[in-house]
Design a protein around this ligand. Structure first.
Ligand code: PMP
Length: 404
């Protein structure tokens, strides 16, 4: 893989921050966008834009076809059996809320349990807490060990008669831990419990094939996949989506409306009330084409070599503690630096043009588990190279020297 050629496709990577070349190490929060995606977005608005599904005229039909094609690209990208299993949402968060509200809430009773893990993003905790509070159910969290690995023995023991749903991050946005999702899905299947995967940090790094995976739902966000923000995906098994009631009402999600009663459109439109982000969806299709041209296996190989390089180099920085050292780890490097507050680390690196994230990364319970209020986090995308890591490590060494 020619990383230099890939970098050249990202206009933002040739800009400067604070007078220094930008070193972008925050792809877990959101990835930058290649020219192919930016151009597809602009081209659509310049040449093909109209509202979809409603127009008889040529332009609206063209926009509708392009929107439909984008959905089929998502279908192919994740190996789904049908385009009807692909529901467009605003983001991964909305996809999880949709499942919580429409799939699980109607089935929950007092005393029921929803099993998650300590390493979840708030998006995979709070929607379940909200429906649990309304029904008297509770959210149970399986523990992680000191390396940031899910304790599977305890996880299995927490699956019980009252477990109604299992929902787990495929990859942790703090630890980078890749969870054993095959094993988790097998546990769900054996016990007749539906399994949802929060794939927001997985689909851009690893090959995903939902047809062979055996999960019931997966959720992810386009903006972490080199595509525009404001767009996400819920993949669900047809039989679940068919049986679920809609969760928002309005245009497009109906078959027929009258004051005597309204009937619902077919899936996935039943869950897509109102005008969607049409241009974003088309640009998402372009992003998936772009990723497929590089090849997800090549992306995985590159990022995993870079992760190895980064872990080796960061371990040499005095007082640096890596958070998450699982054997199966992917693209995320959270850490603390003795004597330095994470916000100081972030601010000082920013002066060198290095963008990392600091704080709780929407995973407060995980930081509580490690006795921390927050951490600093560098995360990788396909465009990062060893020079980015070397710049980060040089910056961290300087900061370590100042604070220790
Ligand atoms: N889950 C995980 C693991 C994430 O990393 C994120 C984004 N940080 C989300 C869910 C939520 O994604 P979004 O904000 O795009 O809905």
């Amino acid at each position: 893989m020619d990383v230099q050629a890939i970098r050249a496709q990202f206009p933002i990577l040739s800009t400067e921050m604070n007078g220094r070349p930008l070193v972008y190490l925050d792809s877990a929060a959101s990835t930058q966008k290649p020219a192919a995606v930016i151009e597809a977005h602009g081209r659509f608005y310049g040449h093909d834009y109209a509202n979809i599904h409603r127009g008889i005229y040529e332009l609206s039909q063209r926009a509708t076809t392009m929107h439909d094609e984008a959905r089929r690209k998502v279908q192919r990208f994740i190996g789904a059996g049908s385009w009807r299993e692909i529901v467009f949402t605003r983001n991964a968060t909305e996809a999880i809320n949709l499942v919580a509200r429409s799939f699980l809430a109607p089935r929950l009773e007092e005393g029921d349990e929803i099993l998650v893990t300590e390493m979840e993003h708030h998006a995979n905790i709070v929607p379940w807490q909200m429906i649990a509070a309304e029904t008297g159910a509770k959210v149970v969290a399986a523990p992680v060990d000191d390396d940031g690995v899910l304790d599977m023995k305890t996880f299995a023991s927490l699956v019980g008669r009252r477990t109604r749903m299992i929902s787990v991050a495929w990859v942790s946005n703090v630890l980078g831990t890749v969870n054993p999702v095959d094993e988790i899905i097998a546990i769900g299947r054996r016990n007749g419990i539906p399994v949802m995967l929060d794939a927001a940090q997985a689909v851009q790094h690893r090959h995903v094939d939902v047809a062979s995976l055996g999960a019931d739902f997966i959720a992810f966000s386009a903006h972490k996949m080199y595509a525009p923000s404001g767009l996400g995906v819920l993949w669900g098994r047809c039989e679940h989506l068919e049986a679920m009631p809609p969760w928002q009402g309005g245009g497009d999600m109906i078959e027929r409306v009258s004051f005597d009663g309204t009937t619902w459109n077919e899936i996935p439109f039943k869950f897509e009330a109102g005008t969607p982000d049409i241009a974003g969806t088309v640009a998402f299709g372009a992003a998936l084409d772009w990723m497929e041209d590089i090849g997800i296996e090549a992306i995985e190989r590159h990022e995993s070599e870079l992760l190895g390089h980064a872990m080796r180099a960061m371990r040499q920085v005095p007082g640096l503690r890596l958070l998450g050292t699982a054997r199966d780890k992917c693209s995320v490097l959270a850490f603390t630096l003795e004597g330095a507050h994470q916000q100081d680390i972030g601010t000082m690196l920013d002066l060198d043009g290095i963008a990392i994230r600091t704080g709780h990364h929407c995973a407060m319970p995980l930081h509580d588990r490690f006795g921390l209020t927050g951490s600093a986090r560098a995360s990788l995308g396909v465009y990062n190279n060893e020079e980015d890591i070397d710049a980060l490590v040089a910056g961290l060494r300087r900061i370590a020297g100042m604070f220790q």
